[in-house]
Design a protein around this ligand. Structure first.
Ligand SMILES: NC(=O)c1ccc[n+]([C@@H]2O[C@H](COP(=O)([O-])OP(=O)(O)OC[C@H]3O[C@@H](n4cnc5c(N)ncnc54)[C@H](O)[C@@H]3O)[C@@H](O)[C@H]2O)c1
Length: 348
């Protein structure tokens, strides 16, 4: 079924829990769920309590609870006794690869053990649908041209490992549920861009992802963009990555809920376009989008950066009818640049 039909679908008062709904991706999905009539509860640590989320990013129509998804006693208070969520969408995690290398235990504790508690809560209370944010980082450095879901999962950093362990827990715990607990794990490639309203977008104090870094350089927030390695076996010598517009990623979550409601089997799906762009192409696109010729500096390769990471996303297209709308790298960069400008007006 094409997305345009599902975009009319409504939440019909269904109760959903969105963990990490004050963060970048979770806030976009929470907003879409509210717009469709779901009764959304957002659970997030927030920046001031050791998380990275922002209260202003939580949709006004959502109920907000500040706290830890790994706190079983807090989870038990989210709904009156005997009541249960129709679905849980689980975004909450720490996501910085370099930080995970410095503090692996913090990542395993928060991402994996926290997810264990949350999945157990879902199983114990009879939640029938769980959508989990996984990542291409669970694959590590695969040699595929386009990575299928069946590729070996050999993460090369604690962040990726913490998410792979969460995937395994989800599979195990789903089997123990009181009723049928079905799940979809979405393995995102490189999300970027912002909501078309420019009311929400990625708002970390320090950007780490290329599209965000380039937008910051275009805004003069940083002096240059570094290119790490120009001697890869790629057309222009720089690394290729699969960028995906946040709004296409939001669609994948709505479709995943519909897929499970319609009897779809628990499964993991890649979410990327399979049409990667190089570091140089992204930089050029950001220069076109912003009209700013910001400086670029070339440095050596970084350890653990594969030449190419791109999704084989035929499965999500075939099984859920996902059909991306915002594939152009120029569109993605324009969206990110406009958001970066808007952040200054909003003071966020
Ligand atoms: N951004 C990406 O490039 C990317 C790529 C692949 C996968 N993902 C996955 O997508 C999800 C969302 O990522 P994001 O980019 O929105 O990150 P983000 O940092 O913007 O959002 C994560 C949110 O989770 C919250 N959080 C963290 N630990 C928590 C806890 N124990 N209890 C409650 N809230 C907690 C944070 O406060 C934050 O609001 C993550 O699970 C991440 O692994 C992200």
């Amino acid at each position: 079924m094409p997305n345009s039909v599902l975009r009319e679908a409504s939440g019909k008062g269904q109760k959903v829990l969105v963990t990490g709904g004050a963060g970048y991706i979770g806030s976009h999905v929470a907003r879409e769920l509210c717009d469709r009539g779901f009764e959304v509860t957002v659970l997030d640590l927030l920046r001031e309590n050791g998380g990275t989320g922002n209260h202003w990013a939580v949709p006004k129509k959502a109920k907000f609870v500040q706290g830890d998804m790994g706190d079983a006693s807090l989870l038990a208070t989210l709904l009156p006794k005997g009541d249960r969520f129709d679905a849980i969408l689980h975004f909450a995690a720490f996501i910085l690869v370099e930080e995970s290398v410095r503090e692996p235990n913090r990542y395993f504790q928060n991402n994996t053990e926290g997810s264990r508690t949350l999945f157990q809560y879902a199983a114990d209370t009879g939640v029938s649908r769980v959508i989990f944010s996984s990542t291409a980082a669970t694959y590590g450095e695969p040699r595929h041209d386009l990575i299928p879901e069946t590729a070996d999962q050999k993460p090369v950093n604690p962040y990726g490992e913490s998410k792979l362990r969460s995937e395994k827990l989800l599979k195990e715990i789903a089997k123990q549920g009181q009723g049928p607990m079905k799940f979809v794990g979405l393995r995102y490639f490189n999300p970027a861009g912002a909501h078309h309203s420019l009311e929400i977008g990625q708002a970390r104090p320090e950007a780490t992802h290329l599209v965000n870094v380039a937008a910051e350089a275009a805004m003069g927030k940083r002096s240059k963009v570094m290119i790490f390695g120009t001697d890869y076996e790629t057309p222009d010598g720089t690394c290729l990555r699969d960028y995906i517009h946040i709004e296409d990623l939001v669609d994948a979550h709505i479709l995943a809920l519909d897929y499970l409601e319609g009897g779809g089997e628990s499964d993991f799906f890649n979410v990327g376009y399979g049409e990667p762009y190089s570091v140089r192409e992204v930089i050029d696109a950001m220069k076109r989008a912003s009209g700013v010729n910001f400086p670029v500096e070339i440095a050596g390769r970084r350890a653990g950066d594969p030449a190419k990471l791109a999704a084989d996303s035929r499965k999500i297209q075939a099984k859920m009818g996902w059909s991306p709308r915002r594939k152009s790298i120029d569109d993605i960069c324009r969206s990110q640049f406009l958001w970066e400008k808007r952040r200054i007006e909003l003071g966020v």
